[in-house]
Design a protein around this ligand. Structure first.
Ligand code: ATP
Length: 381
């Protein structure tokens, strides 16, 4: 997993208005639905977004992310529900009168205009004087570090530079809300990763609220203040990147964000300090107790690969199992182990390569896999 925004740049509690029940949302989406004929593309979404957020809508292709974004921009009219921006109902406001702007994946730059003219275009159309528009465009080009490229045409730029021109053009009219549909989708992986941090820097410099649509979970984890995970037109979980990763509420979210080992079982015993789940693949597993479960209830234990420990010597952890190493993938900093449990189930463990230097483990060895009672998250759906 990439560096998380919350890990690299800890946000003070008072900059997380979503944790404050009294905070007033900047954007309120209330029961918004969009139907195309009989097909429901967006299904009753309720969501509050706060000023200054970089909110990511994350989901697989076709889950309705772009349709929701297009309704926020005014390009689609909701079949039901309402959208309030800064307290104002947007339902009858046309796109060009909304304090929003949208940046498309294709960038939609004018090929025959210079970079500077592309950025100035919207301001001139609004009637701003040329000199003032040029000053504002220069400010934006400085912000995206392209002040030396104002005289070039789009085809004389790299993909990453074109992306930054599109961003400057989307921001130059100082929208209150910027909607970005897969803004980094056209960039290759390395440039994409660099540009993610650039996007966060620009958003934080301006303080503009950004809503970013992406299908890339690592990207969402890296840039978002919060993530809304979508599935089949609905929102299945909303939270800070760390919450979504460490505390997924469903198997779908656990599996969609990062890698996970899932084990089905039934609650077998529960005491105030521990509970036991009887799984088919691991046998009895000891976990931290979860309130509200009943004996015999079917649950799933979600274990992130980095929560598993491997050793030759038998560990003391209550949850320990024999397994055969089938595969080791060396990824530099990390190594990924694929392990076959005695019952036949395959599990994945990720360990820092350095931590394995003293007790190297390789193919075809029989080893111990173990995890602490606090390592597994218990899911009921
Ligand atoms: P992607 O990541 O592939 O862009 P997405 O999550 O943004 O996917 P949407 O573009 O919002 O998905 O589309 C959601 C669903 O609505 C899809 O099944 C799509 O085919 C359907 N859809 C979108 N626009 C229309 C339309 N104008 N008419 C009919 N169906 C549509």
């Amino acid at each position: 997993m990439n560096q998380q925004r919350s890990a690299t740049r800890p946000l003070a509690a008072d900059t997380r208005p979503w944790r404050d029940p009294a905070a007033r949302p900047f954007l309120s989406i209330r029961g918004v639905t969009k139907q195309f004929g009989l097909f429901t593309a967006v299904d009753g979404i309720d969501l509050d977004i706060f000023r200054g957020e970089l909110f990511c809508l994350l989901g697989a292709s076709g889950c309705g992310k772009s349709t929701l974004l297009r309704m926020l921009a005014g390009f689609e009219v909701p079949t039901a529900g309402e959208i309030l921006l800064d307290g104002q109902d947007m339902s009858t406001v046309p796109p060009h009168r909304r304090p929003t702007n949208m940046m498309f994946q294709s960038y939609a730059l004018f090929p025959h205009m210079t970079v500077e003219k592309n950025v100035m275009y919207g301001l001139l159309r609004e009637g701003m004087a040329r000199a003032a528009a040029r000053d504002r465009a220069q400010d934006m080009l400085r912000l995206v570090k392209l002040e030396k490229f104002g005289g070039r045409k789009p085809h004389q730029l790299s993909g990453g530079q074109r992306q930054r021109v599109a961003l400057a053009r989307a921001l130059v009219k100082q929208p209150k809300l910027l909607l970005l549909d897969e803004p980094l989708g056209a960039l290759d992986k390395k440039l994409r990763e660099e540009t993610q941090f650039e996007l966060v820097r620009i958003q934080e410099t301006l303080g503009t609220t950004f809503i970013v649509v992406t299908h890339d979970q690592e990207e969402a984890m890296t840039i978002a203040t919060r993530i809304g995970v979508m599935r089949d037109g609905g929102l299945v979980q909303v939270g800070e990147p760390r919450e979504i990763y460490e505390a997924p509420e469903t198997r779908f979210v656990a599996d969609f964000i990062g890698s996970v080992n899932l084990f089905e079982g039934q609650v077998d015993a529960a005491a105030p300090d521990a509970m036991r789940v009887l799984t088919r693949d691991l046998g009895p597993v000891t976990l931290r107790p979860v309130p509200g479960l009943t004996l015999g209830q079917t649950v799933w234990i979600a274990l992130r690969p980095e929560r598993l420990a491997l050793s030759h010597a038998e560990p003391t952890a209550p949850n320990r199992f024999r397994a055969l190493v089938e595969d080791v993938g060396y990824m530099g900093q990390l190594s990924i182990y694929r392990l076959r449990l005695r019952g036949g189930r395959l599990v994945q463990a990720t360990l820092s390569s350095r931590s394995m230097e003293d007790d190297p483990i390789s193919w075809d060895e029989e080893v111990w896999v173990s995890f602490a009672p606090t390592a597994g998250r218990v899911l009921t759906e």
